[in-house]
Design a protein. Sequence first.
Length: 150
Amino acid sequence: MKVSQWNLGALYASAEDPAWAADLAQAAAGAEPFRIDFRGKVASAEADCLAAALVRYEALQRALLQPYAYAQLLFAADSRVPAHGALLARAREAYATVSEQTLFFELEVLLIPAKRFAALVQEPGISPYGHFLERLRVTAPYTLSEEVEQ
């Protein structure tokens, strides 16, 4: 059986690369302050506050998803290696923890009234995130409260 080989060096040097754990730790450390700073404020936020929240949310997602993608690809290439499964399990656990802390953000974006939302996405600090925000709004009819979503 031929094992798939991908060059994952653009993400991390190896499964033991300290940057992998550092990125997960950065995401985990940033989730609670993000929640404290923005929970309950997004739906009524002024443009500068929403722009700041988007920048921080993006940084959290990048710090979280890069190690997750690396672990997933490593495991997909060869699931027989126990260390690959362990790395993926750590990534999934971190993802679940951070997602639980930051779930409010996307839900509160959905609460922004349509007319106000249309004006906000035209703002210079928010417009780069327009596609993300528009795609998020499409899910509104299928989204439940934070308590239920968790």
